[in-house]
Design a protein around this ligand. Structure first.
Ligand SMILES: [Zn+2]
Length: 252
């Protein structure tokens, strides 16, 4: 079997095992905005745009990218992460070195998770994050099972609206990219999320004008927030969205 076929088979199987279902009972739709890696522009301009709307987001950080250039984009500084935490945003984890998870041995993945947790505690001065996203959306059965032991949720890069239930060990997320989904399709997804009372997670990287390959423009992010508000969605970081759905399930 070719490597590519093996990878796809592993991913296919991974979506069906080690699931941790979260019931999404009736209520307003929920929109979560997340940023991966994360570039300095996401931590600065992205943060400001969310705060202008009075909402908070989730940043999945690879500590090893601190102060580095990635895809030509300056990454976060430690002070960016401290500002995000001080402003009530949610910090999440990638692997420390941004290595994709599927090719890693259990020991290697564990070392990446531990190193990123230490980075947050020792260098940022905050508790180790409880939520994780797979770098490059690369995961398999082993990495899903292992990461699930260390985090409250795991996010993929597989698009889709969660309706009825979500797999906390395999949260779906739609890319918000300048050359990604057309505006009308994105707006329709957000309106559908509101209509279904579902949960839509978006992810991007840099926030720049003009947009870079794995990023979007400030205007696009602003537009998405406006559509979310107009549709009546609650806009919540991933962890708070999970809490909101749990609270809904148990009632007042
Ligand atoms: Zn990443």
């Amino acid at each position: 079997m070719s490597q590519d076929l093996l990878r796809r088979a592993d991913r296919w199987l991974a979506r069906r095992v080690a699931r941790r279902p979260l019931a999404l009972s009736q209520g307003p739709g929920v929109l979560s905005i997340s940023f991966d890696d994360a570039p300095a522009s996401a931590c600065r301009l992205g943060r400001e745009l969310l705060e202008d709307e009075g909402v908070r987001g989730t940043w999945y950080i690879a500590g090893g990218l601190t102060d580095r250039l990635e895809q030509g984009q300056l990454c976060h500084a430690v002070t960016d992460l401290q500002t995000l935490a001080a402003h009530g945003h949610e910090l999440g984890c990638h692997t420390f070195s941004h290595r994709p998870c599927r090719p890693l041995s259990a020991a290697e993945l564990l070392a990446e998770i531990r190193r990123n947790a230490e980075f947050f505690v020792q260098e940022v001065g905050v508790a180790a994050p409880r939520h994780f996203s797979f770098p490059l959306g690369d995961y398999g059965v082993l990495s899903k099972r292992l990461a699930a032991q260390h985090f409250d949720s795991l996010r993929l890069t597989r698009p889709g609206i969660h309706q009825g239930h979500a797999d906390l060990n395999g949260l779906q997320a739609q890319a918000l990219y300048g050359d990604g989904l057309p505006a009308e399709a994105l707006q329709a997804l957000i309106e559908q999320t509101a209509h279904l009372g579902g949960w839509l997670i978006l992810y991007t990287h840099a926030i720049t004008e003009p947009h870079v390959r794995w990023g979007c423009t400030p205007a696009q992010l602003r537009q998405v927030l406006k559509w979310g508000r107009q549709a009546g969605c609650s806009i919540l970081p991933v962890g708070q969205a999970i809490e909101a759905f749990r609270a809904r399930a148990t009632g007042p």
